[in-house]
Design a protein around this ligand. Structure first.
Ligand code: MG
Length: 326
C-alpha cells in the first residue's frame, strides 16, 4: 500500500467538505513521475463523498473544477480553494465533460443518450442524440477540436449498468467514436472498438488517442489505448499506443509536450508521446479520469471512485480541455 493509499483510507464517511488532506506522492522505484510534478507536490483530497466520480473539467469562467458523480446522478463544482457545491442536481447520469471554444460545458449524458451543451442561462442544448435515426447508446466522454467539432465516444455502459443510467437495448450496431462537425453532421469515425471511452488530441491535433474499455465487460478485450492520425475530420492509421496487463483504460488527457495521461486501474498512468511508459500516480481503487486545471493550468485533478484528488505539476494540459483559460 502506498503512503497515499494509507492516508486516504476511511475518508468516505467523513462529512467532507473543503477539508484538504495532504499526502506525499508515492512513486514506485524506476518510475519517473516526480520529474513531472511540482517540487514537494502532494496529493490532496478535495472531495470524498462521491460514488463514481468522472468527467473532470476546469471551467475558467467559474474558476472551478466541475465533475460528474455518475451513479448519484449529479454534477459537483469545486471552486479553486473553496468548498464543493452542487452544480447540476439531476444530471441524467452525466459522465464526461469538456469545454467548447466559447468555454461552454459540453456533457455526455448516459440516461438520455445525449451530448448536451450548457448555455449562459443554464439551459441545455442537445448537440447529438441519434445516429442514422436511431438513439445513441450512452455517450461517455467528449473533446472539442479547434475547428469546433465535438468528438465523442458512445459505449454501452449507461444502458447495461442500471446504476449508471437506464437499461435498454442498444439501437446501434456497435459502440462507435463519433465526430459532430461544426455544420451539425454526425459521422461514425471509428467503428471497431468494443467499448470506446476516453479520448484526447495531441497538442497539434494530428493524433487522436482513444481508450478501449471493453475489458470492463469482457476480460478477453485488450486493455489498450489506440492512436489515430487525424485528417479532414477522419481517422486513419489506427494503431496500439499503449497496452496494459491490468486495469481498464478510461479517461485521457494530453499535456503541452504530448504526454498522455490515463485514468487506468488504480492510478493515473503516464506515457511519453512516443509510447514510452513514464510512471504512475497511485490511487486507492480505480481511477476513472483526469484533467488539468487550476488558475495556471498546472494542477492535475484526478477522479478515483468516490474521491476527487489534486496534485500540482510542472505541466499544462493541451487544447481547449486542458489549459487554464480557453
Ligand atoms: Mg470515461
Amino acid at each position: 500500500m502506498t503512503d497515499f493509499a494509507r492516508s486516504s483510507r476511511g475518508l468516505t464517511r467523513r462529512p467532507l467538505l473543503g477539508l484538504a488532506l495532504l499526502a506525499p506522492v508515492a512513486a514506485r522505484a524506476g518510475e519517473d513521475l516526480p520529474a513531472l510534478l511540482a517540487p514537494g507536490a502532494r496529493v490532496e483530497t478535495l472531495y470524498a463523498e462521491g460514488e463514481w466520480c468522472e468527467g473532470p473539467v476546469w471551467v475558467p469562467s467559474l474558476n472551478s473544477l466541475v465533475f460528474s458523480d455518475v451513479r448519484r446522478d449529479r454534477m459537483i463544482r469545486i471552486p479553486d480553494g473553496g468548498r464543493p457545491e452542487m452544480f447540476r442536481a439531476s444530471s441524467s447520469n452525466a459522465n464526461g465533460n469538456t469545454l467548447d471554444r466559447q468555454g461552454r460545458i459540453v456533457t455526455c449524458e448516459h440516461r438520455t443518450g445525449r451530448v448536451v451543451r450548457q448555455e449562459a442561462d443554464g439551459s441545455l442544448t442537445v448537440l447529438a442524440e441519434r445516429f442514422e435515426g436511431r438513439r445513441l447508446n450512452s455517450p461517455n466522454d467528449a473533446v472539442v477540436a479547434r475547428d469546433g467539432a465535438v468528438w465523442f465516444t458512445d459505449p454501452t455502459f449507461g444502458i447495461v449498468s442500471p446504476d449508471e443510467g437506464e437499461p435498454r437495448p442498444s439501437e446501434q450496431t456497435g459502440s462507435f467514436v463519433y465526430r459532430l462537425g461544426p455544420d451539425g453532421s454526425l459521422a461514425a469515425v471509428a467503428t471497431d472498438f468494443r467499448e470506446p471511452n476516453g479520448l484526447a488530441f495531441s497538442p497539434d491535433e494530428r493524433v487522436l488517442y482513444v481508450s478501449e474499455a471493453g475489458s470492463a465487460l469482457d476480460r478477453s478485450v485488450p486493455r489498450e489505448i489506440r492512436a489515430f492520425d487525424v485528417s479532414d475530420g477522419r481517422l486513419t492509421n489506427g494503431r496500439v499506443f499503449a497496452r496494459m496487463d491490468s486495469g481498464v483504460p478510461d479517461g485521457l488527457r494530453v499535456d503541452t509536450e504530448g504526454r498522455v495521461y490515463a485514468g487506468a486501474g488504480e492510478g493515473v498512468r503516464v506515457w511519453a508521446a512516443d509510447g514510452a511508459f513514464l510512471g504512475r500516480i497511485p490511487t486507492e481503487g480505480p481511477c476513472a479520469n483526469v484533467a488539468f486545471g487550476g488558475p495556471d493550468g498546472r494542477r492535475l485533478y484526478i477522479c478515483a471512485g468516490p474521491r476527487v484528488l489534486a496534485v500540482e505539476t510542472r505541466m499544462r494540459g493541451a487544447g481547449l480541455n486542458g489549459r487554464g483559460s480557453p
